[in-house]
Design a protein around this ligand. Structure first.
Ligand SMILES: Cc1cc2nc3c(=O)[nH]c(=O)nc-3n(C[C@H](O)[C@H](O)[C@H](O)COP(=O)(O)OP(=O)(O)OC[C@H]3O[C@@H](n4cnc5c(N)ncnc54)[C@H](O)[C@@H]3O)c2cc1C
Length: 429
């Protein structure tokens, strides 16, 4: 008789798990039928939005130091999955589905055609081709999941009276980030009967809100800079570099998203959040000394203050910084700046301090920090310790990756490991 494997959630980890399980079962001559269940009308909606529609499909350097649990530690838990299914191996898997990839800066990998839809299409087409062994049901929301005696699981789908049964289940439900793209809201209630508990959850890889009117005045301006997240005592909590964008609410761009997990942790975890500051180096290519010397030279030019920084920084940004010097009028001549003014200006350019007031929240977050407690799962197989035949993969687990393709790397590697483990479990049970 054919065994039944149910995968709940047809996002990145669920779809790759389905393909991996079907192919591995065929290789082992295991008679297996897979049900891939998706709550939304179509699978993989979130994938289409990844990498601004380009899909940063993985990172060549995916390793433990790029992943965090809810407590902010780098969990050894990720190692078996990332080592058994390396990124090279994952890319070869995608290549076997017809998808070529290319590497850009900092190990970021993208589909060769720069389209996220290509990643979804190749998974979707492979799933369709495996239709003898694999059924994709969408929309199909799992509303109840409970263990059966003597083994296996019973599931209830929205709108269905009869229970379905499964010999093994892979939980690939994703997280709470961007609920408009992936509907994982009820996961805690669904998993409660199994005694699986989540850690504290908070939005990560998201924009940071600033309690100052300056970002609003600079809305739309981008610069390539260095960013440090600091405490009032000067302790640096984290640093990142890259393109920063000023927005009405505060700051965005890859380095800000990268630091947002630490901001979010502070605001969601603490009863009384500690004050934090974003310190921006608007001109990392020059040292403070070089910049001061340049500004002193600039004072000799026949310029008004409105154009004093125009040759160095974005014009509007430069003007706003001049205004921070005691509300100085932009109509005054450059020669009116004292040496103390120039030192203050250089200080603002090299370390502009902006008070942090939180993050923009779940709607705009790319990932969820926190998730199902890792102690309840075996990192070698991703099997639930308490329930034989139950496995988990992807963002649902308490794993949050850095910005730069690390989260999809985890979704592919963990999805494939959970699938391989589930097939081996079914073969031996
Ligand atoms: C805007 C945006 C851009 C991003 N860009 C990148 C990027 O470029 N690179 C990168 O590495 N990461 C990126 N990420 C993060 C990455 O997309 C996620 O980490 C990854 O998709 C997680 O995969 P997953 O399978 O765990 O969860 P998901 O992809 O969220 O899939 C979970 C699926 O389960 C379904 N589901 C939930 N509950 C049920 C239920 N009860 N019954 C049935 N189905 C259910 C959901 O509807 C969903 O489709 C981005 C995220 C966002 C939001």
């Amino acid at each position: 008789m054919s065994k039944e494997l149910t995968i709940i959630g047809a996002g990145a980890s669920g779809m790759i798990a389905a393909v991996q399980a079907a192919e591995y079962a065929a290789e082992l001559h295991l008679k297996l039928h897979i049900n891939l269940l998706e709550k939304l009308p179509r699978p993989g909606k979130k994938l289409l939005a990844t990498g601004n529609g380009r899909c940063n499909i993985a990172n060549a350097g995916a390793a433990r130091e790029h992943y965090y649990n809810a407590a902010g530690q780098n969990p050894a838990f990720v190692q078996p999955a990332l080592q058994k299914f390396t990124q090279k191996n994952n890319l070869a898997f995608f290549r076997s589905m017809g998808l070529l990839t290319k590497e850009e800066e900092n190990g970021k990998l993208y589909p060769m055609g720069d389209q996220a839809v290509a990643v979804l299409d190749c998974l979707r087409l492979r799933i369709e081709r495996l239709d003898a062994a694999l059924s994709l049901l969408a929309p199909a929301e799992v509303q109840e999941l409970r263990p059966r005696r003597p083994g296996g699981f019973a599931l209830k789908l929205a709108g269905e009276q009869a229970e379905r049964r499964a010999d093994a289940v892979i939980l690939a439900l994703g997280g709470l980030a961007s609920p408009q793209l992936s509907n994982s809201q009820g996961f805690a209630r669904l998993l409660q009967p199994l005694g699986l508990k989540a850690t504290r959850l908070y939005p990560a890889l998201t924009q940071v809100k600033i309690a100052s009117s300056l970002p609003k005045a600079l809305q739309g301006i981008k610069f390539n800079g260095r960013v440090r997240l600091c405490q009032p005592d000067g302790v640096c909590l984290g640093a990142a570099e890259g393109e920063v964008l000023f927005a009405a609410y505060g700051l965005s761009g890859p380095p800000i998203l990268q630091l947002s997990r630490l901001v979010s942790h502070n605001f969601y975890e603490q009863v009384q959040p500690r004050p934090q500051t974003m310190e921006l180096d608007l001109l990392p290519s020059m040292s403070a000394g070089e910049l001061l010397a340049e500004l002193q030279e600039h004072c000799r030019l026949p310029l008004l203050l409105e154009d004093f920084l125009t040759g160095i920084l974005n014009k509007r940004l430069g003007q706003q910084l001049i205004k921070l010097l005691d509300g100085r009028s932009l109509a005054m001549p450059a020669a009116s700046l004292s040496n103390t003014d120039l030192q203050r200006l250089a200080g603002l350019i090299k370390a502009l301090q902006l008070p942090v007031s939180g993050v923009t929240g779940w709607e705009r977050a790319q990932v969820m920090a926190g998730g199902l407690a890792l102690k309840d799962f075996d990192s070698q197989t991703l099997a639930a310790r308490r329930w034989p035949g139950l496995f988990a993969a992807g963002e649902l687990l308490d794993i949050c990756g850095d910005c730069g393709g690390y989260n999809l790397s985890w979704a592919w590697s963990s999805g494939r490991l959970a699938a391989k483990s589930a097939v081996e479990y079914l073969l031996n049970s």
